[in-house]
Design a protein around this ligand. Structure first.
Ligand code: CP
Length: 311
């Protein structure tokens, strides 16, 4: 039995196979409509979500399975003080696979130790978000045809943005990926990402405060929102929230084949006028999130290569 807690739980080869499967699914989703008949997915969300929870549910329903779960901690027995360990022991009796989002870093890892079903980290605090990373890799690969030899700008809240941490961890494994880490001083990427991820991988990176300056060199621009829910005081959030706003004016200096990604939700960091620019890829990301989560559910349930149609 396997879990997905950290993006590195899958090797580069396994990640490639999963992205290949998601591509097959994207080409012909109907052929997978009975792959998970009689299988149940539990979604345990202790923190708000639109895309991750609903895309997991959509993925399982499209595979012919069914879903159960809760969308808020206060509608579960967590409100009465139940631990994630006891909750997952319980849910292991009800479902075949589980996706868990939790505000506490490490909670899905803790749950996995007690789980009798595959457990997927659907985001833990400011730490990791491995299924968003699969979505991001899928989108980059579909746009660029490769995951190596790219200059990737990550812009905004690099301190609390778990999608950034997971994406960097995953992308350093591909050749010639260059990172431009664009943030205000207070929201720089955590030291562990530099000391334990970028430096050991000998990845090319630089820290930058100016989005305008970085723009002309980028193949991918990954915008992020400032994570209000992780700030200790509102004053700091208000001061920093609009540091970077991507506008058509700023896009004039970008490459014609730039791809703009954003894990969403967006607040104010991408002007609505960018949505019609062919370089905007963030709603494609949303769609790709369904294909990769279908592929992930199949992979963790061991349902690949067992007779269902693949491309
Ligand atoms: N990208 C993402 O995790 O979105 P949600 O918070 O809506 O799930």
């Amino acid at each position: 039995m396997r879990h997905l807690i950290d993006p590195l739980d899958f090797t580069v080869e396994e990640t490639g196979a999963l992205l290949d499967l998601s591509e097959c699914i994207a080409q012909n989703p109907e052929s997978y409509s009975e792959t998970c008949t009689h299988k149940k997915l539990a979604t345990l969300f202790y923190e708000p979500s639109t895309r991750t929870r609903l895309s997991f549910e959509s993925a399982m329903l499209r595979l012919g399975g069914s879903v159960l779960g809760f969308a808020t901690a206060d509608s579960s027995s967590a409100a009465k003080g139940e631990s994630v360990a006891d909750t997952i022991r319980t849910v292991s009796c009800y479902a075949d696979i589980c996706a868990m989002r939790h505000p506490k870093e490490g909670a899905p890892l803790q749950a996995a130790r007690y789980s009798r079903i595959p457990l997927i980290n659907a985001g833990d605090g400011g730490h990791q978000h491995p299924t968003q990373t699969l979505t991001d890799l899928c989108t980059i690969r579909r746009r660029k045809g490769r995951l190596g030899d790219l200059t990737i700008g990550l812009c905004g809240d690099l301190k609390f943005g778990r999608t950034v941490h997971s994406l960097v961890k995953s992308l350093v494994r591909y050749p010639d990926v260059r990172f431009v880490l664009i943030s205000p001083e207070e929201l720089r990427v955590p030291d562990y990402i530099i000391g334990e991820v970028l430096r050991p991988a000998r990845a090319a990176f630089r820290e930058e405060t100016s989005l305008e300056k970085a723009m002309p060199e980028l193949d991918i621009l990954y915008m992020t929102r400032v994570q209000r829910e992780r700030f200790f005081n509102e004053e700091d959030y208000v001061r920093l929230k609009d540091t970077y706003i991507l506008t058509s004016d700023k896009m004039k200096n970008a490459r014609p084949d730039l791809a703009v990604l954003h894990p969403l939700p967006r607040v104010n960091e991408i002007a609505l006028e960018i949505d019609d620019d062919p370089r905007a890829a963030y709603f494609e990301q949303v769609q790709n999130g369904v294909w990769v989560r279908m592929a992930l559910i199949m992979t963790l349930l061991g349902l690949t290569g067992k007779g269902e149609r693949t491309c």
